[in-house]
Design a protein around this ligand. Structure first.
Ligand code: DGL
Length: 283
């Protein structure tokens, strides 16, 4: 048994690392759909199809439980796949299989409330709200998932999303620090201009952005709390595994890294984040 971790590219490694820290014995198979990255500007139906293909590949490789370590896939494809394709596929395969996303744990971390705590009706905001900035791909921003789900749960938080159309691609391509920092600063400033002030807290709502979290920290006012998706996802997965004994995370600590793109070493930015060279095998 193994856990699959899926992203369009290298961003999901930020989640993978948190999973390894939390579940060191787990057998993990990482799949990067680099042949089709980035996902963030693609039409929704394409994101659904690509995510489904990635999940099938991971199930075929022996995963039983998949974590979509990608906000874009989680926001746009997950619900559709869980409601339409996954039940039939699970029956065909005759074994327990599931796909989990990254947005529910992030919203729980951002609201401090369990997912089930949904307000009975959308209530008015209180006068003094905390501004929560969400930096994400255009796909995630246009889904409005963070605005909708946080509005249902907290009257004292106002969410503003800032789409960053180039950032995941730049990270995927291993852009230099100066170019990356200026792209991050541009988006932090754009958000602040739109809101009228800097956010009180921020979500890095694309897993790639954790790799440049220091640049977000530098562009935001000193000490602005960041909600970290990798930790939130690792916490949620370990609780899920406790509640669902039919899913076993594995016990040999095997870690495989697959790509639909060009097999081989990843760029220097990824290597610096990972702390060692990292080679992906062809999927
Ligand atoms: N890392 C992904 C996310 O969290 C996808 C980025 C992309 O492919 O555009 O949204």
């Amino acid at each position: 048994m193994a856990i699959g971790v899926f992203d369009s590219g290298v961003g999901g490694l930020t989640v993978h690392r948190a999973l390894v820290e939390r579940l060191p014995q787990a057998d993990l198979i990482y799949l990067a759909d680099q042949a089709n990255a980035p996902y963030g500007g693609r039409p929704g139906e394409e994101i659904v199809e690509l995510t489904k293909a990635g999940c099938i590949r991971l199930f075929e490789e022996g995963a039983d439980l998949i974590v979509l370590a990608c906000n874009t896939a989680s926001a746009i494809a997950l619900r559709r796949l869980q409601q339409t394709w996954l039940p039939g596929y699970r029956r065909e395969q005759g074994r327990p299989l599931n796909v989990l996303g990254i947005i529910v744990p992030t919203i729980e971390a951002a609201t401090g409330l369990p997912w089930e705590h949904e307000a009975e009706r959308l209530s008015d905001k209180v006068e003094k709200v905390d501004i929560l900035g969400v930096f994400s791909t255009p796909g995630t921003a246009s889904s409005r998932v963070y605005e909708i789900e946080i509005d249902k749960r907290r009257q004292d938080v106002a969410v503003f999303s800032e789409p960053c159309p180039n950032l995941a691609r730049m990270i995927e391509e291993g852009a230099g620090a100066v170019a990356l920092a200026s792209e991050v600063e541009k988006h932090v400033k754009q958000l602040a201009t739109r809101v009228g002030r800097m956010p009180d807290r921020a979500i890095l709502g694309c897993t790639h952005y954790e790799m440049v979290a220091d640049m977000f920290r530098a562009a935001l006012p000193v000490g602005t709390p960041l909600i970290h998706q990798p930790q939130a996802t690792a916490d949620a997965l370990s609780l899920y595994l406790e509640r669902r004994p039919e899913y076993v995370a594995g016990e040999t600590g095997v870690r495989r890294f697959l790509t639909t793109g060009v097999a081989g070493p990843q760029n220097g930015l990824v290597e610096a984040f990972w702390g060692a060279p990292l080679r992906f095998e062809a999927a």
